[in-house]
Design a protein around this ligand. Structure first.
Ligand code: GLY
Length: 398
């Protein structure tokens, strides 16, 4: 049982009802916040929470509501999967992902203590499966790559994979198990971060669109100027729309996702995350399953399409036929903030601190991003790999 914080009562009233245990207004008589965070997704909230815990006064502006339905986290499946997603061209990103994955259990525990919410952290491991000869050869290459990189994976015979996960189709051709790739529930993480921020005394400003960064703070779309000692841009796919910054190399990549659920009284379909070439199924502890996700370059469009839903269900149904018997609760689409090299922009650049461009890894990278950016805000050695320097694309010759 987690103690010391409000029980789970939903978001309504969260921002208007002062908690008896809340610290005093962090900005009494002061006109300038130490840190202004732009963006109320998990990255922005976690930075705000950590920075406040280190004694900084913090204001967080989110253009939508809080929790943010605009954040990619609102539709994210919540895989913590640096091993399954490892790419030989992205070794720095793999290192950052492993670092953050190692922080997640403690981060989830601390967040649970601070908020009173269990954030759905599941050390369930991931199964990567293949359905035909081409995919089996691909799985073979992926296993060898991970063995060379020294990250733990276990090759499984199809029969062994089905013993681990009986819902898998008999037709699967190859599989490996990544025992350290886990999952978390992103919506609950955001809800918990919101409560933790509020209790810590972060000044939360939902419905507050930052139009521009200026010399000593930001200008809101309403025209209000908000002075701030430091500004952190954690606005995901919307970061490039903020004026006063150099052109940010971040673009939206749409992902369509289905939320599926077992009927009351039926057992859970899956225990592990199951992945294949182009998709994944992520079980929640309550019997729900998230099926994702498309990868589409369509600007800021978040329409759910018949083709997207069809392809997701077609592939998932081939590998885990029981998926087609689940109830379809929702079909949603979100925008991943992608960069040209798939790695985030982390660090100081042109007068602000950037913490955006996390692409497919926003949930995974939340703890490490919050810790390192907070260190940076405090003037400490944040240890951020130059591979994530925000100006790295600007330096490249044309
Ligand atoms: N992290 C998985 C995705 O973005 O689809």
């Amino acid at each position: 049982m987690l103690g010391g914080a409000p029980g789970r009562s939903g978001y309504a009233g969260l921002l208007s009802t002062p908690s008896p245990s809340a610290p005093p207004d962090p900005l009494p008589g002061r006109s300038t916040t130490d840190v202004l965070v732009v963006g109320g997704g998990p990255i922005g909230l976690a930075i705000a929470w950590r920075a406040r815990a280190r004694g900084l006064t913090v204001t967080l502006c989110e253009r939508g509501g809080l929790p943010s339905y605009l954040s990619a986290a609102h539709v994210a499946a919540g895989m913590l999967a640096p091993v399954a997603e490892a790419d030989p061209q992205e070794l720095a990103l793999l290192g950052l992902g492993l670092d953050s994955a190692a922080r997640w259990a403690a981060f989830a525990g601390e967040l649970g203590e601070a908020s009173g919410l269990e954030v759905g952290y599941r050390d369930c491991g991931t199964l990567v499966v293949a359905r035909d000869r081409d995919e089996a050869e691909h799985v073979d290459r992926e296993i060898r790559l991970r063995e060379q990189l020294g990250v733990p994976v276990a090759r499984l015979l199809p029969s062994a994979a089905r013993r681990l996960e009986p819902a898998l189709a008999p037709a699967i051709r190859a599989a490996f198990h990544a025992p350290d790739d886990h999952a978390v529930d992103p919506r609950t993480v955001c809800e918990a971060l919101l409560i933790a921020c509020e209790l810590a005394g972060v000044h939360l400003r939902p419905g507050c669109e930052v139009a521009a960064v200026d010399g000593d703070g930001v200008r809101l779309a309403s025209g209000e100027h908000v002075p701030a000692g430091q500004v952190v841009i954690a606005a995901g796919a919307w970061a490039p729309r903020i004026e006063g910054l150099p052109c940010l190399p971040v673009r939206p990549v749409k992902g369509q996702v289905l939320r599926l659920a077992a009927r009351a009284g039926e057992g859970h379909l899956l225990e592990h995350v199951v992945r294949w070439d182009g998709g994944y199924l992520v079980p929640r502890g309550d019997g729900r399953v998230i099926l994702g996700a498309t990868m589409e370059d369509r600007g800021y469009d978040t329409t759910v399409t018949a083709l997207g839903v069809y392809e997701l269900l077609r592939d998932a149904g081939e590998l885990v036929p029981g998926v087609l018997e689940l109830d379809l609760e929702a079909a949603v689409a979100g925008l991943r903030p992608a960069t040209p090299d798939n790695a985030p922009l982390l660090g100081a650049w042109e007068g602000v601190t950037l913490a955006c461009g996390h692409h497919r890894n926003g949930i995974l990278l939340t703890p490490v991003t919050a810790d390192r950016i907070t260190a940076l805000l405090l003037g400490e050695d944040a240890g951020i790999d130059p591979a994530f320097a925000p100006g790295r694309f600007a330096r490249q010759p044309a």
